[in-house]
Design a protein around this ligand. Sequence first.
Ligand SMILES: Nc1ncnc2c1ncn2[C@@H]1O[C@H](COP(=O)(O)OP(=O)(O)O)[C@@H](O)[C@H]1O
Ligand SMILES: O=C(O)[C@H](O)[C@@H](O)[C@H](O)[C@H](O)COP(=O)(O)O
Length: 176
Amino acid sequence: MTPAIPPLVVMGVSGSGKSVLGQALGQGLGIPFIDADDLHPASNKALMAAGIPLSDADRFPWLTLVGATLARGVADGHASVVACSALKRSYRDLLRSHVPGLLLVPIDGPAEIIARRLETREHEFMPATLLASQLATLEPLEADEAHIRVPAELSVEEAVDLVRTRLTASAAATPR
Ligand SMILES: Nc1ncnc2c1ncn2[C@@H]1O[C@H](COP(=O)(O)OP(=O)(O)O)[C@@H](O)[C@H]1O
Ligand SMILES: O=C(O)[C@H](O)[C@@H](O)[C@H](O)[C@H](O)COP(=O)(O)O
């Protein structure tokens, strides 16, 4: 059965694996993938490249663009999957204000795994030194935030299977 797919945001700190999983989910579920990294204004990229964490004021216009991008997909009749850190509850609320049916896909794992991933990857503008600030900023999901949690230890294929299985199960459980 093909589940009805809600707009998805793969979230977590830098280096948790959002871009890789988001891309794989887009392919696996047959929906567009957008990396929120690509929606940052040059000013945000310059701050991060200089090792300066973004403030709420830096992030809100960017998150508004991310939310509008998700909403455009819904208006066009399809879900999209976005990779976006979405670290604070207020950021996620802003995204949900654009797409109320938003389903979060948080990637959770020990800081050591994430730090190791950051050490071995190349990034256009994000230095590994910002991981500490990302972890300090991350606000855990609250009980009313719809989500499918993905352990960082899973392979990308296992993570896609987990999300697909959970989507199918929740579609089967939803009364028509
Ligand atoms: N499930 C995974 N298992 C092993 N390595 C992974 C996994 N997901 C991502 N990676 C690797 O970790 C690094 C960070 O992944 P990336 O998707 O860029 O993270 P983010 O978008 O959250 O910053 C990359 O080198 C990527 O290849
Ligand atoms: O401060 C933020 O809100 C995040 O840093 C977010 O903007 C993202 O994490 C960066 O664009 C780096 O990209 P990765 O998360 O892909 O490393």
